[in-house]
Design a protein around this ligand. Structure first.
Ligand code: UDP
Length: 329
């Protein structure tokens, strides 16, 4: 009998890539998504249920009906500046809704959970690359909402048979290499997507948020990971838990940092478009530099990234944005 997996947020950017890989690996998938940022067309396999995690009665019904073997929990709000302006939305959506899901796992005996967390839990870590055992100190409500969820999951696991894998995502970019799915959210305001949109003239300029950070060129440094490799980390985590693995936290990045200016230069080179760039103020809640240590995930999960290359991330993102532009014409 094939194993039944619940993916919350499976109609979103990262979730849709995970769902596709789960389908290719023979899993039976139910996607629960409120489609606030995700879209039904991104769900390439499995059964999509449109609903909100705040609706705990509906969740209980769904858990009762499907008898999941494991849950992959992604559904969340994830825009740092938005979290600064609307913190309660973030604590309700990200933290309280995680508790709802755990209640259902508890009542229905689901004992395997993969949780989508973030490098934002580290805040202004002075260790770079940062290892998973560094004490997290998030500097914005988004990071705090995720850290609180991590702690709740850990407390609950101690008191139950739950085993979890917490994946702390660094900066996710790129799209399905076959071009079927990619970043769709109208609210996405991430660097690579914005720079691609500037190259495609969908926005007039690219604004750099902060040029006075304590980094070599003054702009923020991040560790960019291809969405396809990130999705694979979830499949690897699931297999690890199925094989009896202990609860663990893993960073998901490549262990390499690129500044905003470096990313912008690569987008210009790959697109062949020299779009205008404006030097702007720092964005609220942005740390200077965040890169991952990835020794642990490679060792424990034997995770083998296949697209570890900034140009590969940018090329697939650009191809996806072009495709979206064409479909609007
Ligand atoms: N950034 C920028 N211009 C943009 C979008 C982002 O300069 O239009 C910067 C941002 O300040 C950060 C880096 O690019 O230093 C990555 O930001 P993004 O929003 O992609 O991800 P985050 O690190 O905030 O999760």
């Amino acid at each position: 009998m094939s194993r039944k997996i619940l993916v919350t947020g499976g109609a979103g950017y990262i979730g849709s890539h995970i769902v596709r890989q789960l389908g290719e690996s023979g899993y039976d998938i139910v996607i629960y998504d409120n489609c606030s940022t995700g879209i039904p067309q991104a769900v390439l396999c499995g059964e999509l249920i449109v609903g909100d995690l705040s609706d705990i009665n509906r969740l209980y019904q769904i858990f009762g009906k499907y008898r999941f073997d494991a849950v992959i929990h992604l559904a969340a709000r994830l825009v740092v500046p938005e979290s600064v302006d609307y913190p309660l939305e973030y604590y309700s959506n990200n933290t309280c809704n995680t508790t709802n899901l755990l209640h259902c796992c508890n009542v229905m005996g689901v004992d395997k959970l993969i949780f989508s967390s973030t490098a934002a839990v580290y805040g202004e870590s002075h260790h770079s690359p940062v290892t998973e055992d560094v004490t997290p100190l998030p500097i914005n409500p988004y990071g705090r909402s995720k850290l609180m969820s991590e702690l709740i999951i850990q407390d609950y696991a101690k008191a139950s048979s739950l085993r979890y894998v917490i994946l702390r995502y660094f900066n996710v970019g790129g799209a399905d290499p076959a071009g079927r799915i990619g970043q769709n959210s109208r609210h996405a305001n991430h660097l690579i997507a914005n720079a691609c949109n500037a190259a495609l003239k969908r926005q007039p300029t690219l604004k750099i948020f902060g040029t006075d950070f304590p980094t070599p060129d003054g702009t923020g440094i991040r560790d960019y990971i291809h969405v396809e490799d990130l999705a694979t980390a979830h499949i690897d985590s699931l297999r690890y838990l199925e094989d009896g693995g202990n609860s663990e936290i893993f960073n998901c990045g490549y262990g390499e940092g690129y500044s905003v200016r470096q990313v912008v230069e690569r987008v210009k080179a790959i697109s062949g478009v020299d779009f205008p760039v404006i030097n702007g103020e720092r964005r609220a809640g942005d740390p200077a530099s965040v890169t991952a240590s990835i020794e642990k995930i490679k060792k424990v999960l034997n995770w083998q990234p296949r697209y570890n290359n900034l140009d590969a991330i940018i090329s697939s993102a650009l191809a996806w944005e072009k495709r979206k532009l064409k479909s609007c014409e």
